[in-house]
Write a protein that binds this ligand. Sequence first.
Ligand code: PEP
Ligand code: MG
Length: 573
Amino acid sequence: MKKITGLAGAGGSELAQAVVLNRQKVTPHKTTVQNSESEVERFRQIQREYAEELDELYQSALADTGEKTAEIFKAYRVIVCDELFFKRPIQTVMEERIGIDYAIEQEKQAVCSRFEVMEDPYMKERASDIRNVCDELIRRLNGLKNTEEQIQSIREPFILVAEDLSPEDTVRIDKTYLRGFITEKGGITSHTVILAKSLGIPAVVGAGKILSSVITGQRLYINGNEGYGISEPDEDFVLSFRREREQQQERKKQYEAVLTEPAVTLNGRRVAVCINSGDAESRRNFCDGFCDGIGLFRTEFLFMDQRACPNEELQFAVYKETAEKAHGKEVIIRTLDIGGDKKLGYMNIPQENNPFLGYRAIRICLDQPKIFLTQLRAILRASAFGNLKIMFPMIVTAEELRKSREMVEKAKAELRAEGIAFNEKIPLGIMIETPASVLISDKLAKEADFFSIGTNDLIQYTTATDRMNEKVQYLYDPCNLSVLRAIHQVIQNAHKAGIPVGMCGEAASDARLTPLLLAMGLDEFSVAPAQLGRIKYLIRRCDTDKLTDWVNDVLESDSIDEVKQRLASEALD
Ligand code: PEP
Ligand code: MG
């Protein structure tokens, strides 16, 4: 029994056999071949197969998630079939009788090193595509199976163990028996996490050296709520997991039963329960029937799906479609929140020592007004088709909010001049996700139309704990008194100024905190779609009238453990 620590990617727990994805990289050696022509024919065969597979992947991604996600496969196919690119390797094989894999590797390095020094982000991105395609061809030429083949033959539930998963992998994987993921790399917005959340299965990411600690066929337990795995758990553990699983199934039925009900506490307080959305999968699956709208629309996914900043028309189409699908319920569109752990290759953001403290989110938007204005125009135009609100991320000063407002006014003026319809009264809110914004929340509340507490960042900034660093994960805990007091302060200041306050960080779906957040007066919970039923169920079991003194007790706790004990005394589940 061995514990592997990682990051909580997608919630839930599972026990199944491990399947380790063999992604070993092949470094081709210079070998002499007997027959150059059959070596080239061998390449042609693999080239054809790979091109056909990419065609299929393109079609299935197109049907699943739309053109923008599928585009990558088209781009890969162009490279695979690029006769100009393979001309020199083939010539070398014919003239020098060396292995085609080595010749391709040489060409890859020569071309990529030329592209990678170029300023143009598009060329840099192309270099990365060429690398991926060549590496896959080399792997195949060396008889290594592709992802799909490694998984296809499995006919029983499994947990996928991998270094990382590319978008290509996530489309290829047959999901029939897939029960969860655990990966060495990847952050909380990785493709792995997005896929896991949409499938409603757990994912643990950033799990250090898992590839060397787990082998295929071993029994593996993963816990995506707390971010860890256990290889070869003992019988006692397995038994308790099975008991827990039975209870979970029972509860799941109870959660599903309240999905279409409103979230009203026992003492009659109606709160909003919304979903977090933004990635292609959740956009496609969005249905307003089970929720009060979208409390956080992460627009960065739209930017990540592209090879350059999406233009106004494309953004407008996505925001408009979402607004219409919400049928008048609110949709809070958060402006671009890139930087930190969310990279965007084509934006060429320089490497920084402290990316979470650096050039990110609203700082980038205010610094690059063209990108900001394009997005604001697109949101405003879409506001004519539904109940849209705009939210700015990572605000730390009132000046940032004012400057952002000015940009909205500028976008509005442009649209007015062009005679384009939009909602003149579109509400403008901010994320509260830094201690700075908490400390001036009384001031900010006078200038913002609403707040949404982003606990994912708030915890890390308040406790000075990098959420990607496993060594300090014990501090990255929403039950830290500092975090709870910050949340309390923000809710009080918002209400004093008469504005509503929601929470869209993961703590909004942390069942331990639900009674506390309700009793503090939180107006809106915005959670992953798979959490909707559970949160509604909890809210409907809570009587906040009884909890006033208890809130004060929790906020006077002397340790994280004491906070947890007090929270446990009012647990709703
Ligand atoms: C947060 O920080 O809680 C949040 C919702 O934003 P992000 O996209 O950074 O997780
Ligand atoms: Mg954040």
